[in-house]
Design a protein around this ligand. Structure first.
Ligand code: ZN
Ligand code: ZN
Length: 354
Protein backbone atom coordinates (compact mmCIF):
# COMPACT_ATOMS: atom_id res chain seq x y z
CA UNK A 1 0.00 0.00 0.00
CA UNK A 2 2.71 2.45 0.94
CA UNK A 3 4.07 2.99 -2.59
CA UNK A 4 0.60 3.88 -3.79
CA UNK A 5 -0.18 6.16 -0.86
CA UNK A 6 3.17 7.96 -1.25
CA UNK A 7 2.33 8.68 -4.89
CA UNK A 8 -1.08 10.00 -3.91
CA UNK A 9 0.42 12.24 -1.25
CA UNK A 10 2.87 13.61 -3.82
CA UNK A 11 -0.03 14.45 -6.16
CA UNK A 12 -1.65 16.44 -3.38
CA UNK A 13 1.63 18.20 -2.49
CA UNK A 14 2.06 19.33 -6.10
CA UNK A 15 -1.47 20.66 -6.10
CA UNK A 16 -0.93 22.46 -2.76
CA UNK A 17 2.10 24.17 -4.21
CA UNK A 18 0.12 25.33 -7.23
CA UNK A 19 -2.50 26.72 -4.89
CA UNK A 20 0.04 28.48 -2.68
CA UNK A 21 -0.93 26.38 0.33
CA UNK A 22 1.50 25.01 2.93
CA UNK A 23 -0.63 22.10 4.13
CA UNK A 24 -3.96 20.33 3.92
CA UNK A 25 -6.15 19.31 6.84
CA UNK A 26 -8.12 16.25 5.69
CA UNK A 27 -11.28 15.45 7.63
CA UNK A 28 -13.27 13.11 5.33
CA UNK A 29 -12.48 9.55 6.45
CA UNK A 30 -12.40 7.97 2.95
CA UNK A 31 -9.90 10.69 1.96
CA UNK A 32 -7.70 9.91 4.97
CA UNK A 33 -7.84 6.25 4.01
CA UNK A 34 -7.04 6.91 0.36
CA UNK A 35 -4.02 9.03 1.30
CA UNK A 36 -2.57 6.81 4.03
CA UNK A 37 -4.28 3.40 4.19
CA UNK A 38 -5.60 4.18 7.68
CA UNK A 39 -9.25 3.10 7.88
CA UNK A 40 -10.15 4.29 11.39
CA UNK A 41 -11.43 7.61 12.72
CA UNK A 42 -9.14 10.59 12.67
CA UNK A 43 -7.89 13.68 10.88
CA UNK A 44 -4.88 14.03 8.68
CA UNK A 45 -2.40 16.88 8.32
CA UNK A 46 -0.38 16.69 5.13
CA UNK A 47 2.43 19.12 4.39
CA UNK A 48 5.84 19.20 2.72
CA UNK A 49 7.50 17.41 5.65
CA UNK A 50 5.11 14.43 5.83
CA UNK A 51 1.71 13.32 7.06
CA UNK A 52 0.34 13.11 10.60
CA UNK A 53 -2.72 11.08 11.55
CA UNK A 54 -4.50 12.70 14.49
CA UNK A 55 -6.50 9.97 16.21
CA UNK A 56 -6.91 8.48 19.70
CA UNK A 57 -5.90 5.42 21.70
CA UNK A 58 -8.70 3.30 20.19
CA UNK A 59 -6.99 3.48 16.80
CA UNK A 60 -3.32 3.95 17.70
CA UNK A 61 -2.19 0.38 16.90
CA UNK A 62 -4.36 0.18 13.78
CA UNK A 63 -3.03 3.49 12.48
CA UNK A 64 0.60 2.42 12.94
CA UNK A 65 -0.14 -0.91 11.20
CA UNK A 66 -2.09 0.51 8.29
CA UNK A 67 -0.05 3.68 7.74
CA UNK A 68 3.55 2.81 8.69
CA UNK A 69 4.93 5.91 6.94
CA UNK A 70 2.69 8.37 8.78
CA UNK A 71 3.33 10.02 12.11
CA UNK A 72 0.57 8.81 14.44
CA UNK A 73 -0.66 11.22 17.12
CA UNK A 74 -3.04 9.50 19.52
CA UNK A 75 -2.93 11.49 22.71
CA UNK A 76 -5.76 14.01 22.88
CA UNK A 77 -8.66 15.25 20.78
CA UNK A 78 -8.36 14.75 17.03
CA UNK A 79 -8.79 18.41 16.17
CA UNK A 80 -6.68 19.65 19.10
CA UNK A 81 -3.78 17.50 17.94
CA UNK A 82 -4.19 18.74 14.36
CA UNK A 83 -4.15 22.36 15.58
CA UNK A 84 -1.03 21.62 17.63
CA UNK A 85 0.67 20.13 14.58
CA UNK A 86 -0.23 23.12 12.36
CA UNK A 87 0.95 25.60 15.01
CA UNK A 88 4.21 23.76 15.71
CA UNK A 89 5.09 23.61 12.03
CA UNK A 90 4.64 27.32 11.50
CA UNK A 91 2.20 26.66 8.66
CA UNK A 92 0.86 29.74 6.85
CA UNK A 93 -2.12 29.27 4.52
CA UNK A 94 -3.50 25.75 4.59
CA UNK A 95 -6.52 24.08 3.03
CA UNK A 96 -9.34 22.48 4.94
CA UNK A 97 -12.17 20.37 3.49
CA UNK A 98 -15.08 22.75 3.72
CA UNK A 99 -17.61 20.05 2.80
CA UNK A 100 -16.42 17.75 5.60
CA UNK A 101 -15.65 19.98 8.60
CA UNK A 102 -18.55 20.94 10.84
CA UNK A 103 -19.27 24.54 11.72
CA UNK A 104 -18.40 23.84 15.37
CA UNK A 105 -15.07 22.27 14.39
CA UNK A 106 -14.28 25.16 12.08
CA UNK A 107 -14.84 27.62 14.93
CA UNK A 108 -12.64 25.61 17.25
CA UNK A 109 -9.98 25.45 14.55
CA UNK A 110 -9.96 29.22 14.02
CA UNK A 111 -9.80 29.86 17.77
CA UNK A 112 -6.87 27.50 18.28
CA UNK A 113 -4.58 28.56 15.43
CA UNK A 114 -1.66 30.93 16.05
CA UNK A 115 -0.50 32.19 12.65
CA UNK A 116 -1.98 29.65 10.27
CA UNK A 117 -4.79 30.76 7.98
CA UNK A 118 -7.45 28.19 6.98
CA UNK A 119 -8.57 28.32 3.34
CA UNK A 120 -11.66 26.33 2.28
CA UNK A 121 -11.02 23.79 -0.47
CA UNK A 122 -13.78 21.77 -2.02
CA UNK A 123 -13.61 18.11 -2.95
CA UNK A 124 -10.03 18.10 -4.29
CA UNK A 125 -9.23 14.63 -2.89
CA UNK A 126 -12.65 13.36 -3.86
CA UNK A 127 -11.98 14.41 -7.45
CA UNK A 128 -8.60 12.67 -7.43
CA UNK A 129 -10.25 9.54 -6.00
CA UNK A 130 -12.68 9.37 -8.93
CA UNK A 131 -9.95 7.95 -11.18
CA UNK A 132 -8.96 4.52 -9.94
CA UNK A 133 -5.64 2.73 -10.27
CA UNK A 134 -5.34 -0.94 -11.16
CA UNK A 135 -5.26 -2.18 -7.59
CA UNK A 136 -8.46 -0.29 -6.80
CA UNK A 137 -10.19 -1.58 -9.92
CA UNK A 138 -9.22 -5.14 -9.00
CA UNK A 139 -10.78 -4.75 -5.55
CA UNK A 140 -14.00 -3.26 -6.93
CA UNK A 141 -14.21 -6.08 -9.44
CA UNK A 142 -13.65 -8.63 -6.68
CA UNK A 143 -16.44 -7.04 -4.63
CA UNK A 144 -18.73 -7.15 -7.68
CA UNK A 145 -17.99 -10.83 -8.30
CA UNK A 146 -18.78 -11.72 -4.69
CA UNK A 147 -22.05 -9.79 -4.92
CA UNK A 148 -22.95 -11.52 -8.21
CA UNK A 149 -22.39 -14.99 -6.76
CA UNK A 150 -24.44 -14.23 -3.66
CA UNK A 151 -27.33 -13.00 -5.82
CA UNK A 152 -27.31 -16.10 -7.99
CA UNK A 153 -27.50 -18.24 -4.83
CA UNK A 154 -30.33 -16.15 -3.38
CA UNK A 155 -32.51 -16.09 -6.46
CA UNK A 156 -34.20 -19.54 -6.14
CA UNK A 157 -34.95 -18.90 -2.45
CA UNK A 158 -36.97 -15.71 -3.06
CA UNK A 159 -40.55 -17.03 -3.46
CA UNK A 160 -42.31 -16.98 -0.11
CA UNK A 161 -39.54 -15.13 1.71
CA UNK A 162 -40.25 -11.81 3.37
CA UNK A 163 -38.20 -8.85 2.13
CA UNK A 164 -36.25 -8.50 5.36
CA UNK A 165 -35.24 -12.17 5.40
CA UNK A 166 -34.18 -11.96 1.76
CA UNK A 167 -31.98 -8.94 2.53
CA UNK A 168 -30.47 -10.72 5.53
CA UNK A 169 -29.82 -13.88 3.49
CA UNK A 170 -28.13 -11.87 0.74
CA UNK A 171 -25.94 -10.21 3.38
CA UNK A 172 -25.00 -13.62 4.79
CA UNK A 173 -24.24 -15.05 1.34
CA UNK A 174 -21.94 -12.13 0.48
CA UNK A 175 -19.97 -12.55 3.71
CA UNK A 176 -19.74 -16.27 3.01
CA UNK A 177 -18.32 -15.46 -0.44
CA UNK A 178 -15.63 -13.27 1.14
CA UNK A 179 -17.13 -9.78 1.58
CA UNK A 180 -16.24 -7.71 4.65
CA UNK A 181 -19.80 -6.44 4.76
CA UNK A 182 -22.49 -5.07 2.43
CA UNK A 183 -21.57 -1.71 0.89
CA UNK A 184 -24.90 -0.20 2.05
CA UNK A 185 -28.21 -1.35 3.56
CA UNK A 186 -29.49 -3.90 1.04
CA UNK A 187 -32.75 -2.96 -0.71
CA UNK A 188 -35.31 -5.69 -1.37
CA UNK A 189 -38.54 -4.02 -2.51
CA UNK A 190 -41.34 -6.24 -3.76
CA UNK A 191 -44.64 -5.38 -5.43
CA UNK A 192 -45.77 -1.79 -4.77
CA UNK A 193 -42.78 -1.19 -2.46
CA UNK A 194 -40.64 -1.11 -5.60
CA UNK A 195 -42.05 2.36 -6.35
CA UNK A 196 -39.77 3.73 -3.60
CA UNK A 197 -36.26 3.77 -5.08
CA UNK A 198 -34.67 3.52 -1.62
CA UNK A 199 -37.30 1.37 0.09
CA UNK A 200 -36.50 -0.34 3.41
CA UNK A 201 -37.01 -4.10 3.41
CA UNK A 202 -40.14 -4.88 5.41
CA UNK A 203 -42.19 -7.88 6.54
CA UNK A 204 -43.95 -8.13 3.19
CA UNK A 205 -43.89 -11.63 1.78
CA UNK A 206 -42.65 -12.05 -1.81
CA UNK A 207 -45.41 -13.70 -3.82
CA UNK A 208 -46.49 -14.77 -7.30
CA UNK A 209 -46.51 -11.96 -9.84
CA UNK A 210 -44.36 -9.60 -7.75
CA UNK A 211 -41.63 -7.54 -9.27
CA UNK A 212 -38.73 -7.44 -6.83
CA UNK A 213 -36.11 -4.69 -6.96
CA UNK A 214 -32.90 -5.86 -5.30
CA UNK A 215 -30.09 -3.35 -4.87
CA UNK A 216 -26.99 -4.67 -3.14
CA UNK A 217 -23.22 -4.55 -3.04
CA UNK A 218 -20.19 -5.93 -1.24
CA UNK A 219 -17.07 -4.40 0.34
CA UNK A 220 -13.58 -5.84 -0.18
CA UNK A 221 -10.67 -4.08 1.54
CA UNK A 222 -12.79 -0.96 1.80
CA UNK A 223 -13.82 -0.93 -1.87
CA UNK A 224 -17.51 -1.16 -2.75
CA UNK A 225 -19.61 -2.68 -5.48
CA UNK A 226 -23.16 -1.65 -6.35
CA UNK A 227 -25.70 -3.55 -8.45
CA UNK A 228 -29.47 -3.70 -8.98
CA UNK A 229 -31.66 -6.29 -10.63
CA UNK A 230 -35.42 -6.46 -10.95
CA UNK A 231 -36.79 -9.99 -11.06
CA UNK A 232 -40.22 -11.58 -10.92
CA UNK A 233 -41.75 -14.53 -9.17
CA UNK A 234 -43.75 -16.37 -11.83
CA UNK A 235 -44.52 -14.86 -15.23
CA UNK A 236 -44.57 -11.14 -16.01
CA UNK A 237 -47.75 -9.57 -17.36
CA UNK A 238 -47.66 -7.39 -20.49
CA UNK A 239 -47.09 -4.13 -18.64
CA UNK A 240 -44.35 -5.56 -16.45
CA UNK A 241 -42.53 -6.88 -19.48
CA UNK A 242 -42.93 -3.63 -21.39
CA UNK A 243 -41.55 -1.49 -18.56
CA UNK A 244 -38.70 -3.86 -17.76
CA UNK A 245 -37.66 -3.91 -21.41
CA UNK A 246 -37.87 -0.12 -21.68
CA UNK A 247 -35.53 0.25 -18.69
CA UNK A 248 -33.14 -2.36 -20.08
CA UNK A 249 -33.07 -0.67 -23.47
CA UNK A 250 -32.34 2.71 -21.83
CA UNK A 251 -29.59 1.13 -19.75
CA UNK A 252 -27.90 -0.59 -22.71
CA UNK A 253 -27.97 2.61 -24.77
CA UNK A 254 -26.44 4.61 -21.91
CA UNK A 255 -23.74 1.99 -21.26
CA UNK A 256 -22.84 2.18 -24.96
CA UNK A 257 -22.28 5.92 -24.45
CA UNK A 258 -19.73 5.41 -21.64
CA UNK A 259 -16.27 6.38 -22.87
CA UNK A 260 -13.49 8.83 -21.96
CA UNK A 261 -14.58 12.38 -22.72
CA UNK A 262 -18.31 11.61 -22.65
CA UNK A 263 -20.13 14.38 -20.77
CA UNK A 264 -21.85 12.88 -17.71
CA UNK A 265 -25.03 14.89 -18.28
CA UNK A 266 -25.25 13.62 -21.86
CA UNK A 267 -24.84 9.98 -20.84
CA UNK A 268 -27.72 10.53 -18.40
CA UNK A 269 -29.75 12.08 -21.22
CA UNK A 270 -29.34 8.99 -23.44
CA UNK A 271 -31.32 6.88 -20.97
CA UNK A 272 -33.67 9.69 -19.94
CA UNK A 273 -34.52 10.51 -23.56
CA UNK A 274 -35.38 6.90 -24.39
CA UNK A 275 -37.62 6.56 -21.34
CA UNK A 276 -39.25 9.91 -22.13
CA UNK A 277 -40.09 8.68 -25.64
CA UNK A 278 -41.92 5.76 -24.04
CA UNK A 279 -43.91 8.10 -21.83
CA UNK A 280 -41.83 7.59 -18.69
CA UNK A 281 -40.64 11.08 -18.01
CA UNK A 282 -41.54 11.81 -14.41
CA UNK A 283 -41.20 8.12 -13.52
CA UNK A 284 -37.39 8.29 -13.71
CA UNK A 285 -36.67 10.81 -10.98
CA UNK A 286 -33.09 10.13 -9.89
CA UNK A 287 -29.79 10.51 -11.72
CA UNK A 288 -28.49 7.81 -14.04
CA UNK A 289 -25.50 6.85 -11.94
CA UNK A 290 -22.56 7.67 -9.72
CA UNK A 291 -18.93 6.80 -9.11
CA UNK A 292 -18.11 3.87 -6.83
CA UNK A 293 -14.94 3.27 -4.84
CA UNK A 294 -14.12 3.62 -1.14
CA UNK A 295 -17.62 5.05 -0.92
CA UNK A 296 -20.63 3.58 -2.64
CA UNK A 297 -21.65 7.05 -3.83
CA UNK A 298 -18.77 9.18 -5.03
CA UNK A 299 -17.68 11.21 -8.04
CA UNK A 300 -18.48 11.48 -10.87
CA UNK A 301 -22.23 12.06 -10.79
CA UNK A 302 -24.16 11.12 -13.93
CA UNK A 303 -27.21 13.35 -13.85
CA UNK A 304 -28.79 16.42 -15.39
CA UNK A 305 -27.10 18.49 -12.67
CA UNK A 306 -23.57 17.34 -13.51
CA UNK A 307 -22.78 20.54 -15.44
CA UNK A 308 -19.79 19.90 -17.71
CA UNK A 309 -18.17 17.00 -15.84
CA UNK A 310 -16.87 14.36 -18.25
CA UNK A 311 -15.82 10.74 -17.89
CA UNK A 312 -12.14 9.75 -17.74
CA UNK A 313 -10.45 6.39 -18.18
CA UNK A 314 -10.15 4.70 -14.79
CA UNK A 315 -13.47 5.96 -13.44
CA UNK A 316 -15.91 3.33 -12.19
CA UNK A 317 -19.55 4.37 -12.55
CA UNK A 318 -22.99 2.85 -12.22
CA UNK A 319 -25.59 3.02 -14.98
CA UNK A 320 -28.96 2.59 -13.28
CA UNK A 321 -32.08 3.89 -14.94
CA UNK A 322 -35.41 3.12 -13.30
CA UNK A 323 -39.14 3.55 -13.65
CA UNK A 324 -41.21 3.98 -10.47
CA UNK A 325 -45.01 4.02 -10.41
CA UNK A 326 -46.92 4.57 -7.20
CA UNK A 327 -49.20 1.68 -6.20
CA UNK A 328 -47.72 -0.45 -8.99
CA UNK A 329 -44.05 -0.88 -8.23
CA UNK A 330 -40.72 -0.22 -9.86
CA UNK A 331 -37.99 -1.46 -12.14
CA UNK A 332 -34.34 -0.51 -11.75
CA UNK A 333 -31.38 -2.14 -13.46
CA UNK A 334 -27.88 -1.18 -12.39
CA UNK A 335 -24.59 -2.06 -14.00
CA UNK A 336 -21.12 -1.28 -12.67
CA UNK A 337 -18.96 -0.04 -15.54
CA UNK A 338 -15.26 0.79 -15.79
CA UNK A 339 -14.32 3.59 -18.19
CA UNK A 340 -11.39 2.32 -20.29
CA UNK A 341 -9.20 4.01 -22.90
CA UNK A 342 -11.22 2.24 -25.61
CA UNK A 343 -14.65 2.84 -24.08
CA UNK A 344 -15.89 0.75 -21.21
CA UNK A 345 -15.86 -2.66 -19.59
CA UNK A 346 -18.60 -4.07 -17.40
CA UNK A 347 -17.62 -5.23 -13.90
CA UNK A 348 -20.95 -6.90 -13.16
CA UNK A 349 -21.90 -10.41 -14.24
CA UNK A 350 -25.22 -10.97 -12.42
CA UNK A 351 -27.72 -12.29 -14.98
CA UNK A 352 -30.37 -9.98 -16.41
CA UNK A 353 -33.16 -12.44 -17.10
CA UNK A 354 -36.46 -11.62 -15.46
ZN1 ZN B 1 -27.37 0.36 -6.13
ZN1 ZN C 1 -26.07 2.90 -7.30
Amino acid sequence: MSGITTRRQEMVREWLEEQGLDALLVSAEPNVRWLTGFAGEGLLVLDASGVSICTDSRYAIQARDEAPDAEVLADGGHLEQAIGRLNADGVGRFGFESAYLSYASHRKLCEGLDEAEPVPVEDKIKRLRAVKDEAEIALIEQAATIADRAFVALRPMLPGMCERDAAFELHRLMVKEGAEKPSFDIIVASGPNGAKPHACPCERRISEGDFIVIDWGAVVEGYCSDCTRTVIVGQPDGRQREIWEAVREAQLAAIAGVRPGAVCREVDEIARGLLRERGFDREFGHGLGHGVGLQVHELPVLSQRSEDAALEAGMVVTVEPGVYIEDWGGVRLEELVLVTQEGHRSLTAAPYDL
